[in-house]
Write a protein that binds this ligand. Structure first.
Ligand code: TYD
Length: 201
């Protein structure tokens, strides 16, 4: 059995997390490592409710926080812990750092959110924060950020980015400059894994 490896990719919307998660998985598989990719919110019952709420009207901040926690507990129990126990690489597109950032923006204390999560959710070996200026991120998702609604979103994303970056000095965290072509970002991520000794060249 190979040793397990747990990698989380985070960042504000528009930073390219899903694409980079997929590419990282392909690269690690090409090195013969059994790799699982997953995302939060998940496609399970709580995650589906959260995704639906984005279209049908947002939940109260309290309900939203509780649903993210329920979704994550299920994810930890059914996929994350079992896959790590089998010695697999697990790559997640968002995890509890997103709850710190996004629900932190809705008024909850990020440190309390973190503590509640770390009571049941394993900490990753490596947290990659894909970082981009908010204007560039908005441009990538096709928003100019200048209508009232978009202005509010811009402001929220600015605060989310700040919460993500507040983690940057922790030993398991690396910030990845996500500006420029996708291939360059992919190369930076690979380099980071090599430098941290988590993958070979
Ligand atoms: P996202 O990864 O953007 O999903 P999709 O690819 O379907 O657009 O995530 C959906 C939203 O959920 C995103 O705006 C961030 C938010 N979110 C939270 O607010 N808290 C969390 O704990 C997580 C995991 C996501």
């Amino acid at each position: 059995m190979t040793s397990p490896l747990f990698i989380v990719i985070e960042g504000i919307d528009g930073t390219g997390k899903s694409t980079q998660a997929r590419r990282l998985a392909e690269w690690l598989r090409s090195q013969g490592r059994e790799t699982v990719v997953s995302r939060e919110p998940t496609d399970g019952p709580w995650g589906r409710k959260l995704r639906e709420s984005a279209a049908t009207g947002r939940l109260s901040p309290q309900d939203e926080l509780e649903y993210f926690l329920k979704d994550r507990k299920e994810h930890v129990d059914t996929l994350i812990r079992p896959s790590l126990a089998e010695g697999k690489v697990v790559i997640l597109d968002r995890y509890y750092f997103s709850t710190m950032a996004y629900q932190g923006c809705r008024g909850f204390d990020p440190d309390e959110i973190r503590a509640r999560n770390e009571a049941f959710a394993p900490r990753p070996d490596l947290l990659l924060i894909l970082d981009l200026e908010v204007d560039d991120a908005l441009a990538r998702i096709g928003s100019r950020g200048d209508s009232a609604n978009e202005f509010e979103r811009r402001d929220a994303l600015q605060r989310c980015r700040g919460i993500f970056l507040s983690l940057q000095h922790e030993p398991f965290v690396r910030v990845i400059d996500s500006s420029g072509p996708l291939d360059e970002v992919t190369a930076r991520i690979r380099q980071t894994l090599i430098e941290t000794g988590l993958a070979s060249a």
